[in-house]
Design a protein. Structure first.
Length: 180
């Protein structure tokens, strides 16, 4: 039997959105979840780099946008030195699915203890996306983050880093069984 169980498949390929919410996927059945974001594209043709910023959804169905997220991200670039960023008290976590004029970005995120109301919810992830092959630009990122609240988390929301840049992606959520 596989250690991964597909719980949800959300495909936004039919249209561009500025954010997507995946509700009621985290339960007490698992302590660890794997979220795979793939085939990302965005609708504008400019050269901006955008990323998908994760936020959690509590058991009441509300997206948590309060300034209770801390995260850090290491962004590796093909054409320049890396960026090492730390962010505290934001209304989202910095994302690792980065993309620009060349698409098909993606990321893999692991969520820990989302429904445990006695613990913070943690996330680690990594992702990459093409930016502009003509100028040899490429982005990859590693990320870690925490929601500094002890809520029971039942879902995840991804929002674009720019209100004017909409995206579409495939997002699959898996429960990770840990054998003892």
């Amino acid at each position: 039997m596989s250690n991964l169980r597909l719980i949800n498949e959300t495909l936004t390929q039919s249209g561009f959105v500025n954010q997507v919410s995946i509700t009621d996927v985290f339960t007490s059945d698992f302590d660890i979840y794997k979220v795979v974001v793939s085939n990302c594209d965005y609708e504008n043709s400019d050269t901006n780099v955008i990323d998908l910023r994760p936020r959690f959804i509590n058991s009441s169905g509300s997206t948590i946008t309060s300034s209770n997220y801390d995260s850090a991200r290491l962004t590796m670039k093909a054409e320049a030195s890396f960026d090492n960023d730390r962010f505290t008290n934001l209304g989202y976590m910095y994302g690792s699915a980065l993309f620009g004029t060349y698409d098909n970005a993606g990321a893999v995120l692991y969520i820990f203890n989302p429904t445990n109301s006695n613990s913070y919810t943690f996330m680690i992830g990594q992702g990459a996306g093409g930016y502009d092959t003509a100028s040899n630009r490429f982005r990859a990122a590693k990320q870690i983050g925490v929601l500094k609240q002890t809520n029971s988390i039942t879902g995840i929301n991804f929002v674009s880093s720019s209100a004017s840049l909409n995206f579409k992606c495939d997002i699959r959520t898996y429960g990770l069984r840990v054998d003892s």
